[in-house]
Design a protein around this ligand. Structure first.
Ligand code: HEM
Ligand SMILES: *[C@@H]1O[C@H](CO)[C@@H](O)[C@H](O)[C@H]1NC(C)=O
Ligand SMILES: *[C@@H]1O[C@H](CO)[C@@H](O)[C@H](O)[C@H]1NC(C)=O
Ligand SMILES: *[C@@H]1O[C@H](CO)[C@@H](O)[C@H](O)[C@H]1NC(C)=O
Ligand SMILES: *[C@@H]1O[C@H](CO)[C@@H](O)[C@H](O)[C@H]1NC(C)=O
Ligand SMILES: *[C@@H]1O[C@H](CO)[C@@H](O)[C@H](O)[C@H]1NC(C)=O
Ligand SMILES: *[C@@H]1O[C@H](CO)[C@@H](O)[C@H](O)[C@H]1NC(C)=O
Ligand SMILES: CC(=O)N[C@H]1CO[C@H](CO)[C@@H](O)[C@@H]1O
Length: 553
C-alpha cells in the first residue's frame, strides 16, 4: 500500500510538471505569459520561454559588457521567463537614470526565495526592502546613524578594531606569545610565511559591526570563535540565494507551487534561515539583557538606542531588520575589498612602488612621525594618497558587479524610451567602473587617477567617482563606514609591513575578478583564496609601533 501511494504521487508530480510545462509553452507561443517589449529599446535576441536565462546564468555582468560591445548599445532589454529587465552599461546613462530620473521612488524587486523564505522571520535587510513607509523609516535611521559625522564618532571603535586585527595578524603568524610584557622586537627578523588575509578582514568587519550595533566586543579568535564562524558561513550562503538571476521561481511562477517547489529545493533557503535566526535572536536577546542591567555600552549602541528611544518610531520588526543589515552588509563586501587591495600591493611590478609612495605620503602628512600617523589614521583621513588607493580598489574590484537590482515604481521617460512601472533595472556597475571614457586604462590599477596632478589632493566627486556603492536614492548607506574602515586598515598595514608576493607563486592574486571567481552565479564576486607574504617595515618608530600592538589597552 505504502509503495503504491508513493508511485502514485511520483506520477502525479510528473503529470503536473508536464501539463504545466505544456500550458506554459502554449501561452508563450501565443505571447500571453511573455511580457511586452519596451518600445524603442534594443532587445537582445532571446530563446522562447526561457528568454536569455541560459546566457546570463554565469557572470551576467560580463555577458552584459560583451553584448554592449557586440551590439554597440549602452542600454538594452533582456527577458527571463515572465520578466523583462533593462540593463545599463555606460557610466553616463547610469548617472542620468539613477540620479536624475525617478530615483526617489526606486524600489527593489521582490524575490520569492529570498523574500518569502529566507526573510520570513527576521524580515528583509534595508537593502532588500521594497519602497514604502517601512523602508523609509529604516533607511532614515540607518542613513542618519552612518552619515559622515556619525561615522567619525565611531572612530574609537575602528581604532580598537584595526589594532586588534593587526595584533592578531602579527601574533598568529610569527612564533610569539603576545604577552603584555613581551618585547616583540626580539622577533623582528622572524619571517612570515604566506598568509591568506581574508579571515582577518572578515573578523574585522564582523567585530566592528557587532560592536557598533550591540556594543559588544566579540572574541572571534577564542571564546566566540564558533559563533563567528557560524555567522560568516551562513551569511555568505544566504547572499548566494539572493542572486537576481538564479532564483527560477521568480521568473517561472508555476515552479512555486508544491510539489514543484520541493524539487527546486526551497528547503535549502529554509535551512539557512533557521541557522540565521538562531544567532540573530541570540544577539538581540543578549543586548536586551544587558540593557536591563544598565550596561553602558549596550545602552549606547546603535540598536540599544533604537530600543530605548521612541523618537525613531521603529517597530520591533524594523529594529530586527536593522540588526540584520548591520550584521550582514559589511561582512564580505568589506573583507573582500581589503583582501583585494592587499593582493594588488603584493604584485611586484606595481604594488611595491605604490606601497613606498603610500608610506612616504603618510610620513609627509604626519611630520615623519609614524606613531602619530598610526594613531591619527583612525580619526582622520588626512592622507589623500591612501584614500585614492582605497577608492581605486572599490572601483577596480566592484565587489557587487551588478550592484543591487532596482524596480521602477512609476513610469520613467528616458531618451525617448518609456520605461513602464515595475520594470527591473540592472546597473552594470562593473562595466561603468571600467568605462574607458571615464577611466582611461580602466583595467590598470592607478591610484593617481583620483588625485590632482599638480597638488596631489583628492579630486572632487564631481570630477571623478565610481559606482561600487551604487547610485541615487538607494545608494549604499554604509559607504562612509566602509571607506573609513578600509582607510584605517590600509594605513596601518603599510605602517607595519611590506606586503610582498607569496613564495608560492601560484597563490598570487589573479587581477581579473571574473577569472578565478568561485561562484559565478552569485551577486558578489567570491574570489578563490590567494595569499601574500608580510615583512616587517623598518623605520625609526617601528619597534615602538610593535610595542603599541602588544601592550594591553
Ligand atoms: C565595501 C563595502 C560595501 C560595498 C561595496 C557596498 C555596496 C552596496 C551597494 C552596491 C548597494 C546597492 C546600492 C544601489 O542600489 O544603488 C548597497 C546598499 C546598501 N548598503 Fe552597502 N556596501 C558596503 C558596505 C556596507 C556597510 C558596512 C553597510 C552598513 C550597514 C552597508 C549598508 C547598506 C544598506 C543599508 C544598503 C541599502 C540601501 C537602500 O536600499 O536604500 N553597506 N551597498
Ligand atoms: C534541500 O536542501 C536541504 C538543505 O540543504 C537538504 O537537506 C535537502 O536534502 C534538499 N532537498 C532536495 C530535494 O534536494
Ligand atoms: C557591558 O557589557 C560588555 C559585554 O558583555 C562587558 O564587556 C562590559 O564590561 C559591560 N560594561 C559594564 C560597564 O558593565
Ligand atoms: C515607546 O512607545 C510605545 C508606544 O508608542 C510605548 O508603549 C512604550 O512604552 C514607549 N517606550 C519608551 C521607552 O518610552
Ligand atoms: C554586500 O552589500 C550588500 C549591500 O549592502 C548587502 O545586501 C549584501 O548582503 C552584502 N554581501 C555580503 C556578502 O556581505
Ligand atoms: C585562475 O584562473 C586561471 C584561468 O582561468 C587558471 O589557469 C588558474 O589555475 C586559476 N588559479 C587558481 C588559483 O585557481
Ligand atoms: C552556482 O555556481 C556554483 C559554483 O560553480 C555551483 O556549485 C552552484 O550549484 C551554482 N548554483 C546554481 C543555482 O546554479
Ligand atoms: C520624487 C517623488 O516622486 N517622490 C515620491 C515618492 O513616493 C512618495 C510616496 O510613496 C511620495 O510622497 C514622493 O513624493
Amino acid at each position: 500500500m505504502v509503495s503504491l501511494s508513493f508511485d502514485l504521487s511520483i506520477t502525479d508530480i510528473l503529470d503536473i510538471v508536464v501539463s504545466l510545462f505544456l500550458v506554459w509553452v502554449i501561452l508563450d507561443i501565443i505571447g500571453i505569459g511573455t511580457p511586452e517589449k519596451i518600445e524603442g529599446l534594443f532587445s537582445i535576441p532571446e530563446t522562447p520561454i526561457i528568454g536569455n536565462l541560459l546566457e546570463i546564468w554565469n557572470h551576467p555582468s560580463k555577458v552584459f559588457m560583451h553584448w554592449g560591445a557586440v551590439y554597440r548599445k549602452d542600454m538594452f532589454q533582456i527577458r527571463i521567463g515572465c520578466k523583462r529587465m533593462i540593463v545599463v552599461n555606460s557610466f553616463d546613462d547610469i548617472k542620468q537614470l539613477w540620479v536624475n530620473h525617478a530615483v526617489a521612488n526606486n524600489s527593489r524587486p521582490v524575490s520569492f526565495t529570498f523574500h518569502d523564505i529566507v526573510s520570513a522571520s527576521q524580515g528583509f535587510t534595508v537593502g532588500s526592502t521594497p519602497a514604502g513607509e517601512t523602508y523609509q523609516r529604516k533607511k532614515k535611521t540607518i542613513s542618519m546613524e552612518l552619515n559622515r559625522r556619525n561615522v567619525d564618532l565611531l572612530s574609537s571603535i575602528l581604532d580598537e578594531e584595526t589594532k586588534y586585527t593587526m595584533k592578531k595578524i602579527v601574533c598568529q603568524n610569527i612564533e610569539l606569545n603576545c604577552l603584555p610584557s613581551e618585547n616583540i622586537y626580539n622577533y623582528i627578523n622572524t619571517r612570515f610565511s604566506d598568509i591568506d588575509l581574508l579571515k582577518y578582514g572578515q573578523y574585522f568587519a564582523l567585530r566592528s559591526a557587532i560592536s557598533i550595533a550591540y556594543g559588544w566586543q566579540m572574541d572571534c579568535f577564542n571564546s566566540d570563535s564558533e559563533l563567528a564562524h557560524e555567522i560568516i558561513e551562513v551569511e555568505s550562503e544566504i547572499i548566494k540565494l539572493r542572486s537576481p538571476i538564479t532564483n527560477l521561481q521568480d521568473y517561472f511562477p508555476f515552479l512555486r507551487y508544491k510539489p514543484l517547489s520541493l524539487l527546486s529545493n526551497a528547503s535549502k533557503a529554509n535551512f539557512w534561515r533557521i541557522r540565521r535566526d538562531k544567532y540573530m535572536d541570540y544577539l538581540l536577546e543578549n543586548l536586551q539583557q544587558r540593557i536591563q542591567m544598565k550596561n553602558l555600552s549596550a545602552c549606547q549602541s546603535l540598536i540599544g538606542r533604537c530600543l530605548l528611544q521612541n523618537t525613531s518610531e521603529l517597530s520591533f520588526a524594523e529594529i530586527q531588520s536593522l540588526c540584520l543589515t548591520l550584521v550582514s552588509a559589511g561582512l564580505d563586501n568589506t573583507s573582500f575589498n581589503f583582501n583585494h587591495l592587499m593582493g594588488h600591493l603584493s604584485h611586484p611590478n606595481y604594488g611595491y612602488l605604490i606601497q613606498e609612495t603610500a608610506f612616504k605620503k603618510l610620513m609627509d602628512c604626519y611630520d615623519d612621525n609614524a606613531i602619530k600617523a598610526w594613531k591619527l589614521s583612525a580619526y582622520e583621513m588626512k592622507c589623500d594618497y591612501i584614500l585614492a588607493l582605497v577608492e581605486e580598489c572599490f572601483r577596480f574590484f566592484t565587489v557587487l558587479p551588478l550592484a543591487l537590482p532596482r524596480t521602477t515604481t512609476k513610469k520613467v521617460r528616458y531618451k525617448n524610451i518609456n520605461i513602464p512601472e515595475d520594470t527591473i533595472l540592472f546597473m552594470n556597475a562593473y562595466a561603468a567602473n571600467h568605462d574607458p571614457s571615464r577611466f582611461p586604462e580602466p583595467f590598470e590599477f592607478i591610484p593617481e587617477r583620483w588625485l590632482d596632478k599638480n597638488t596631489g589632493k583628492m579630486l572632487s566627486s564631481k570630477q571623478i567617482s565610481h559606482l561600487a556603492f551604487g547610485a541615487g536614492s538607494r545608494k549604499c548607506s554604509g559607504q562612509h563606514l566602509a571607506v573609513k574602515g578600509l582607510y584605517t586598515l590600509t594605513a596601518r598595514m603599510i605602517l607595519l609591513f611590506k606586503i610582498r608576493r607569496p613564495i608560492d607563486s601560484s597563490m598570487l592574486m589573479v587581477l581579473d575578478p571574473f577569472q578565478n571567481d568561485s561562484c559565478p552565479n552569485a551577486t558578489s564576486f567570491e574570489p578563490k583564496p590567494f595569499k601574500v607574504r608580510l615583512k616587517q617595515r623598518h623605520h625609526r618608530d617601528s619597534n615602538a609601533l610593535y610595542n603599541i600592538l602588544t601592550k594591553r589597552n
